[in-house]
Design a protein around this ligand. Structure first.
Ligand code: NAX
Ligand code: ADP
Ligand code: K
Length: 498
């Protein structure tokens, strides 16, 4: 599991550690890890070696600049031609770091063309002390670096990304690689910040970051975590013991949503799928395995979880389906039209899992008296997902470029497997059916939501392979996604393409 800690926690933990170590130790650990990563990139890059390669360091006024300068000094000692652009006045530039660089043969520069011709640019403008967008002085350098061929390596965080939220309020560095120290920062794992970070490498500087300590605020599952949560049939299993999910979805106008949600639920690890609603004939034609009823959730017989909402419309039958599913006293996943109806109530049962996209989140927020725009929700996903979880008193899965799953308390889970190829009609219905099946199989709402998002993202990647995909193809790829998780196909959890 990847964990991210809040900035205050990082500063306090660093303070405690520094009090026990000789001065400068932590910064040297950070710089050594950063330099080692740069060596690897230069050796693997167009120069093929460190000696003679051109490195430009962008240096801000804080310790982030200090890290960058000490790392650059290490590269200069190995023969790199290093230039440093000092963006802050000399008296606010890290003195020890600058002295080390100059002693190692590095020089300062005022010429942004150095950024255009560099092999590697180190962004040491700001780290966890950064607030707001890149400032004016940095722009010519960053523009030149991004337009050139250089690999851009962000030190701790890409400058311009909010460390706590991942918000990008204006211009920010777009990194190829981010080398972060001690622990991940929330802004590295949540879009839009995550999209600016490139590949994230973590350098251990000795902070006590074990997940069991429970000090982190954000976590991202990896293959092994998901594998441990997947339901598995046992020798004595039968279809009822594996769990039955009920799906109240689809309408005369949108029968496809029902077909898709049932299709993914059938591949989601429970024992049976019951369907109720207006699309029964379409469902049974597409999925002869489904148990189809023609009443509402209250008439459907026993299930261990409900999914209500995809393609349901908002008429009186839909309202009845939502009311009955919420009253069933089993975990209930509410999606799509179900969310619009739920917004009118302004609350949900504690074992509910709400799965809004940003537009539906806006409607849910309005239901509890909060005005926000879609863009605001997308700009600060963690904050709004948490706000919804607290207001409705249940678990919320906020869909989008970084899907966030959170309850009212505890760390938020962010999904690392997403891909923009998932933004295709019906893909949310696939997610709902899958998460519903996992709920019925006994996973807690937070686990069901985050495991479903993880598998859904992987299935999107598998079915896409870089080309456009569709909801039916995502469903068809779910078994392969499941198998790849069990097999531990990547130890990384973040596949190489977004
Ligand atoms: N505290 C420690 O022991 C360690 C800190 N480390 C490094 O130190 C960093 C934190 O250092 P600082 O607390 O000095 O903070 P930063 O270096 O992140 O920057 C803070 C300074 O930047 C200025 N600033 C804020 N927003 C800005 C913006 N948008 N544009 C330009 N300037 C801006 C502020 O005036 C402030 O002085 C970490 O990110 C990490 O890189 C590492 O060396 C590990 C050890
Ligand atoms: N840019 C994106 N990057 C990653 N995933 C995305 C992106 N846009 C949408 N998704 C995912 O695609 C799915 C779309 O669901 P939804 O918006 O409900 O669509 P629909 O209602 O058509 O099924 C969600 O799982 C969402 O997280
Ligand atoms: K930085």
């Amino acid at each position: 599991m990847r964990c991210a800690h809040a900035v205050d926690w990082v500063r306090a933990a660093e303070g405690e550690l520094m009090a026990r170590l000789p001065e400068g130790t932590l910064m040297q650990r950070a710089a050594a890890g950063l330099a080692a990563c740069c060596v690897e990139l230069l050796v693997g890059g167009r120069q093929g070696r460190v000696r003679g390669s051109r490195v430009l360091v962008l240096v801000g006024s804080g310790d982030n600049g200090g890290d960058a300068l000490y790392a650059a000094a290490r590269l200069a000692r190995r023969g790199a031609r290093v230039r440093a652009a000092l963006l802050a006045p000399p008296e606010r530039t890290h003195a020890g770091g600058l002295a080390a660089l100059l002693a190692a043969g590095g020089r300062t520069t005022d010429d942004p063309a150095e950024a255009a011709s560099a092999d590697l640019v180190l962004d040491g403008i700001v780290g966890i002390g950064g607030r707001g967008p890149l400032r004016e002085a940095a722009l010519p350098w960053v523009d030149a670096a991004q337009a050139g061929e250089a690999l851009v390596v962000a030190v701790d965080l890409p400058s311009g990304v909010d460390p706590e939220t991942g918000a990008v309020p204006g211009r920010a560095v777009q990194a190829d690689v981010t080398v972060t120290f001690g622990t991940h920062k929330p802004g590295l794992l949540v879009d839009p910040g995550a999209s600016h970070a490139g590949v994230v490498r973590l350098v251990d500087i000795g902070l006590p970051v074990a997940p069991e300590a429970g000090d982190h605020v954000v976590e991202a599952l990896q293959h092994a975590d998901v594998a441990a949560l997947l339901p598995e049939p046992e020798a004595e299993s039968d279809k009822y013991r594996r769990g039955v999910v009920g799906i109240a979805a689809g309408s005369a106008r949108y029968p496809g949503a029902a077909v898709l949600a049932v299709g993914s639920a059938l591949r989601g690890g429970c024992g049976a799928v019951r369907y109720v609603g207006a699309a029964g004939a379409d469902v049974v034609r597409a999925h002869p395995e489904a148990l189809v009823g023609d009443g509402g959730p209250a008439d459907a017989g026993r299930v261990q979880a409900w999914v209500v909402g995809p393609g349901l419309s908002q008429d009186t039958d839909a309202e009845r389906a939502v009311t009955e599913a919420l009253a069933a006293e089993v975990p209930v996943l509410v999606d799509a039209d179900g969310l619009r109806l739920l917004a009118r109530r302004g609350s949900a049962p504690a074992n509910a899992l709400l799965t809004p996209h940003a537009g539906e989140a806006v409607a849910l927020l309005a239901g509890v008296g909060v005005t926000a725009t879609r863009e605001e929700v997308e700009g600060e996903r963690l904050r709004y997902a948490r706000m919804l979880a607290r207001a409705y008193g249940c678990t919320v899965l906020l869909k989008g470029s970084t899907t966030v799953v959170t309850g009212p308390e505890g760390p938020a889970r962010v999904n690392p497997t997403g891909t923009a190829q998932l933004a295709t009609a019906g893909s949310g219905d696939v997610l709902a059916g899958l998460a519903g099946a996992l709920l019925a199989a006994g996973l807690a709402p937070r686990d069901a939501g985050s495991v479903a998002a993880y598998l859904h993202g992987l299935a999107g990647r598998i079915s896409s392979g870089g080309a456009p995909t569709c909801a039916t193809a995502i469903t068809a790829a779910l078994p392969e996604a499941w198998r790849s998780v069990i097999a531990g196909d990547t130890d990384d959890g973040i596949p190489p393409f977004r």
